[in-house]
Ligand binder design. Structure first.
Ligand SMILES: NC(=O)c1ccc[n+]([C@@H]2O[C@H](COP(=O)([O-])OP(=O)(O)OC[C@H]3O[C@@H](n4cnc5c(N)ncnc54)[C@H](O)[C@@H]3O)[C@@H](O)[C@H]2O)c1
Length: 253
């Protein structure tokens, strides 16, 4: 049986950990050649090792998504290593400091906006330029349920993720005629190092976050990855500009 991403080349940012790693591993298992990009070299190389140990194909690309030169080089690497770029999954992100809006510093605000919003745009800019002039492709960005509704104590994160949803819709309209689909996934609580960091020494917070999930548990990163695979595939050929909640019912309440 052939995989759902056979012969495809996919770039994954934030591939050293969590949702990005799970998606890189899933795509490779479905036959894609994966460029695993991240700031974190050790984690990125570990993702490549995991993929290689199951017979998949991947290479690590050192990339800070806040740096234009890095995101442009990333697409060049995909093309020179694997001959093209068909799908991109932009998962690099940070949670930032937990504090209310009026208690946020400009530095803390800017750090989150730089990675989550500007970094997603810079990655998309390089990806879209290539895809639009090479017959098309599919981009999936990671927003969050915090890109669909408000959240407490994460003003920069919430603003950045609403921005990612808006950016996704704008690019979807602009590139539909170039055969490039652009969508976002909006996860609820996912069991990753990000949530571990946010709830370290605060089991009460973890319990409260999980209690907000109608299904009564956090998602596994693979459950987000499956939606990304579908959104990238031809099975989703008429889906663009969509911000898909993958949230155990969180925003349905
Ligand atoms: N875990 C959740 O509950 C959850 C929920 C909704 C949305 N998200 C979003 O999903 C994405 C992935 O989160 P995760 O939970 O897997 O987190 P994670 O911390 O496990 O992984 C994030 C990865 O992004 C990388 N990264 C950070 N800054 C970068 C930069 N400037 N350039 C390149 N790489 C960078 C990190 O090194 C890390 O490998 C994020 O955008 C996050 O906001 C997570």
């Amino acid at each position: 049986m052939t995989g759902q991403a056979e012969e495809k080349v996919v770039v994954v940012t934030g591939a050293a950990s969590g949702i990005g790693r799970a998606t890189a591993v899933l795509f490779a298992g479905e036959g894609a050649r994966v460029v695993a990009a991240d700031l974190d070299g050790a984690g990125g190389e570990e993702t490549v090792r995991i993929i290689g140990s199951s017979g998949g194909t991947a290479r690590f690309a050192q990339c800070d998504v806040t740096k234009r030169g890095d995101t442009e080089k990333l697409v060049e690497q995909a093309v020179s290593w694997f001959g093209g770029l068909h799908h991109a999954f932009n998962s690099a992100g940070i949670e930032g400091k937990l504090a209310k809006t009026a208690a946020y510093s400009e530095e803390d605000w800017q750090a989150v906006i730089d990675v989550n919003l500007t970094g997603t745009w810079l990655a998309m800019r390089a990806e879209l330029n290539h895809m639009a002039s090479n017959g098309g492709g599919s981009v999936v960005n990671v927003a969050s349920v915090a890109g669909l509704v408000g959240s407490h104590g994460m003003p920069a994160y919430t603003a950045s993720k609403h921005g990612v949803v808006g950016l996704t819709k704008a690019a979807a309209l602009e590139y539909a005629s170039a055969n490039v689909r652009v969508n976002a996934v909006c996860p609820g609580i996912v069991a990753t190092p990000m949530v571990d960091r946010m709830t370290a020494n605060r089991s009460d917070l973890r319990d409260r976050l999980v209690a907000q999930e109608p299904v009564g548990r956090p998602a596994e990163p693979e459950e987000i990855a499956q939606c990304v695979l579908w959104l990238c595939s031809d099975r989703a050929s008429y889906v663009t500009g969509h911000a898909m909640a993958v949230d155990g019912g969180f925003v349905a309440r």
